[in-house]
Design a protein around this ligand. Sequence first.
Ligand code: HEC
Ligand code: HEC
Length: 428
Amino acid sequence: MGRGYLTWLSQVPRPLENARCKAVSRMMRGDFSWEFHLSCRIRAALILAAALAATVATALGACTAETRDGPVKPQPAPATESGAPASGPVGSNPDAASLYTKYCALCHAADATGYAADNAPSLVSETFVATASDTFLHEGISRGRPGTAMAGYAKFTGGPLEPGEISALIAYLRALKPTPRLDLPKRLDTGDVRRGQAVYHRDCASCHGTQAQRGNAVHLVNPVFLQDADAPFLHYAIVHGRPGTPMVAFGSTLTGQAIDDVVAYLKSLSLTGTLQPPMSPNTTPVVVPAWTPLPTNPQGTSAKFTLRAERFAPMPQVKSALDGNKRLILLDARAPSDFVSLHIEGAVSLPYYDLKLIDKLEPFKRDGTWIIAYCGCPHHASGVVVDELRKRGFKNSAVLDEGLFAWQRAGYPTVGQPGMKGIAAPPP
Ligand code: HEC
Ligand code: HEC
């Protein structure tokens, strides 16, 4: 066990150590709630102790079985940083393939070329695979991109995945598009932030959005993205684009100086980001309330909705049902990490990949209670939940039309962590 920890630690890229250590999610399966707590130092001390004494290590093994940090069972080989594509044919790791299908294909498409939902980018475009480090991918998948449809998938954010499973997913993605890794040279910091800002607003913001407003492409001013994307990575993407996607190569239309300027501008924003990732070090412990599938107002009369296309409940109708104290159940179909960051007041978490939780809704099948599911993507994850509800005979079920970000944009009530509300979704 001690050796396992050491091996695992040695594979942890340095910048990850902090984030990995700082928080632990303890998921109490019985009542479906989490607590986030524990400091890095304590863990580090525990790990050292484990390395020193085999007997202690055994005890620790038992204790860490409920934490996000330690490999409690043999982990698949992590992806390499060496530049060699992961070994084995595509899908050779059946675990990773099914993880991908269960958690990711919904938005990034079965073949990972993206755009199945809400402009989720390609994860296999050549210039991306060649330049995205394992750390970049690990962090992106672990912590997600707050304020977008990309949830945090690591256990410590409230997501479903162990670190080893995330590494296996990375190896799986690399095997889908075996591409030699480029060792990008360091870049001198010669850009001018002010000029870069002008270039950005002229040539980039229409797709990539601003600090206050997402666009339809990857949100470049996102704090997690900017923490993880270094200047050489940004520079390469801008010069060479992302072939096969709307991201053209700017190498021939912008001067080298203009590209350095825009990179400098983007990097400067990483210091001014107002969004705090929910899992940043030293945040107050977050507790997801126990899963009680109670209608918003158990004593109220049932709501009535006129569905669009027999499937979508219009936002204003849902809002007035809530205002009128009607009895309905709101389901947040995203990963719980997203639920913690921001959700509609009164909603409960039922992730698109955990449909067995629908069992808990049985008492409301025939009593006229409406069940409205929503997500941020804006209909895909909620669509999965509603399809399953209807398959099981919940006739009064529907998808919230336009989804959470439109709800938020309309100024309707949401609850979330301070700082998480400041970002508007792309305009419809
Ligand atoms: C609900 C839709 C959705 C699901 C499910 C989803 N993603 Fe994403 N993902 C997105 C979106 C949207 C973005 C871009 C976010 C932004 O605007 O920055 C993204 C971004 C990413 C990125 C960063 C890509 C880049 O170019 O910087 C990675 C890596 C990624 N996702 C991997 C995954 C993996 C692996 C899974 C499954 C565990 C997954 N995603 C599940 C929607 C999703
Ligand atoms: C027509 C829309 C559009 C414009 C204009 C545009 N981009 Fe992009 N950009 C995209 C899309 C879409 C992606 C994601 C492509 C994918 O699926 O991998 C992207 C990806 C990127 C990435 C890589 C992000 C990542 O995580 O992989 C960077 C960096 C980037 N763009 C910078 C810029 C800059 C700087 C400009 C302005 C000079 C710009 N883009 C202009 C659409 C655009």
